[in-house]
Design a protein around this ligand. Structure first.
Ligand code: NAD
Length: 311
């Protein structure tokens, strides 16, 4: 099997590359390294099990590398929800335009299978929680969420128009070693700078669902093996949730700090475009035969331990 992984040097992408190499696949990573790190996949590059095309998807020159591929895993994106409200243009280009370029390159190279990493933020502030894939209306509240929903629509149209098949995964918060963004990274960084005080965005009561990255990779691989509609849209997350203040407590405990003063910026939202309550219904995933082994709390502790170790 020949897999192309865009964003394969990033957090989730590099864990995916580990799994694909482990199952014996030939892997080509396309990554600009704007956020990803070559070190994450260095072992596979040295062993020759994976190759890297260092290139921005918005540029020319990488398209021919899709020739002969069996499947494209399109993970490259600008994942910064908060920043997308301040400067929407990078989100628009790196998410929507780049996805269009990937689809066009696939069409030119006759590659028919696409895996796309979408997000819970396509649901916006859903009135029904846990939120099912069929929930409507889909009203994203962040430019990031809107960009991913636009990508899903484009991918659906390409599948139905050009004989492609896609798996579109709507992720809860995915956490674990190598993550370079998100609440845990933010807390660990701030506490290293000042171990006496922690700024918490919002009121600390935002409650969301978290899944450890290894389980996320397993869920994707399992779904691909068991769902074969032209467009397969599936939520991936854990079956519980945890609030931000509790995450702060875990980080403080794992960093062995005492008497840290929490300083809340206030309000129900951490930032413009934040979704303060998020949990995904995973009945579709479970009906296929996969369910997570760990809940949000256990996943958070594993990810915090990795972040504190600097992994
Ligand atoms: P990440 O930033 O670690 O990985 C993204 C990778 O894409 C990086 O390696 C970056 O260098 C690369 N990249 C970005 N723009 C590019 C471009 N124009 N051309 C080539 N390479 C480019 O982020 P991640 O957390 O690993 O996210 C991976 C995917 O999963 C993204 O599509 C993200 O939107 C999605 N997702 C992540 C989460 C999460 O909780 N981490 C949740 C929902 C969805």
């Amino acid at each position: 099997m020949f897999d192309v992984v865009t964003g394969g040097a990033g957090f989730i992408g590099s864990h995916l590359v580990d799994a694909l190499v482990k199952q014996g696949d030939d892997v080509l990573v396309i990554d600009s390294l704007v956020a990803g790190q070559k070190e994450h996949i260095a072992g596979h590059l040295e062993s020759g099990r994976a190759r890297l095309v260092q290139c921005d998807l918005l540029d020319e020159g990488w398209q021919d590398s899709l020739n002969g591929a069996d499947r494209v895993w399109h993970l490259a994106a600008d994942p910064d929800v908060r920043q997308s409200a301040m400067t929407p243009d990078p989100t628009f280009r790196n998410n929507i335009v780049a996805t269009y370029r990937v689809l066009e390159a696939m069409r030119a190279s006759n590659v028919t299978e696409l895996v796309f990493t979408s997000t819970s933020t396509v649901y916006g502030n859903a009135a029904v929680i846990p939120t099912v894939e069929d929930y409507s209306p889909l009203e994203p509240v962040s430019v990031y969420g809107a960009s991913k929903l636009a990508c899903e629509a484009l991918i659906s149209a390409y599948c139905h128009s050009f004989g492609m098949r896609s798996w579109q995964f709507r992720f809860a918060n995915i956490i674990g070693a190598r993550s370079g963004h998100g609440v845990i990274t933010d807390f660990v960084r701030k506490l290293r700078e000042n171990p006496e005080e922690l700024e918490i965005l919002g009121d600390g009561k935002q409650t969301k669902s978290y899944l450890e990255v290894s389980e996320c990779i397993q869920a994707m691989q399992f779904t691909i093996a068991h769902a074969s509609a032209p467009v397969n849209t599936v939520n991936i997350g854990s079956e519980d949730w945890i609030d931000v203040k509790t995450i702060a407590d875990v980080v403080v405990e794992e960093m062995q700090l005492k008497n840290v003063h929490y300083c809340y910026t206030g309000g129900a939202l951490g930032w413009v475009g934040d979704v303060p309550k998020m949990q995904l219904a995973i009945a579709r995933l479970k009906a296929l035969g996969w369910k997570p082994q760990k809940g949000s709390r256990e996943s958070i502790r594993i990810a915090v331990q990795a972040a504190v170790r600097g992994a």
